[in-house]
Design a binder for this molecule. Sequence first.
Ligand SMILES: [Zn+2]
Ligand SMILES: [Zn+2]
Length: 237
Amino acid sequence: MKEHIYTIPLSEAVEQGGECLFCTLEKRLEAEAVDYALGASMMEPDSRVVSNEKGFCRRHYAQMAEKNNALSLALVLDTHLNEVRERLAKTKDAATAGKGGLFKKNAGLADAAVKVREMTDSCVICEKLEKTLARYADTFWHLYTTEPDFREKVRSGKGFCLPHFALLLAACEREVPGGKQAACIEELYALEEAQLARLNEEVNWFTKKFDYRFHDAPWGDAKDAPARTMEKVAKFL
Ligand SMILES: [Zn+2]
Ligand SMILES: [Zn+2]
């Protein structure tokens, strides 16, 4: 059953609670992918070809740098840089082909700019996370519509961050049969709206705590509400 390998981590993440169970999963997958990039991936020629070509985004280079594995990181960068230099040389042809002129635009230059930007658009880890999380989102709906226990735990949880809420809406379209979609979406929105309202109250209470009249009132759950809100409403990557 294709869902099986995704079922257990999902059930574990839903048990953990938190503002978004997909963020919990994503952080775990990300940590594993960073370790892999500096470890096992180095030994696999196929995987090296991919990382030489695509490279990584700054967030993930930074996480790799924190691993204190300077040699592995430098080896990854060394071979990626070879590829970068080759690709850059090719864009130069486009950039210099049409010389432009007083009244003539140099279309090749815009084309070269696009191509250079594309060189930084890919990240092995981001792409892997996106693919894996899409599968988890499909499995989420499978469990949600077949396991009442899972559904109840989700409904009594804290909802999702907005990017992962969007991921689930898209997966619902793929995975849930037409006749069941409306009820599922209704429930998911009800959960998300209630949880965003709860978070809003917490942030609001945080701001009130700076008012002398509420100085001695208890913080409740508001102390880390701004940090949780930033994760809730913005992209993780
Ligand atoms: Zn999330
Ligand atoms: Zn990345």
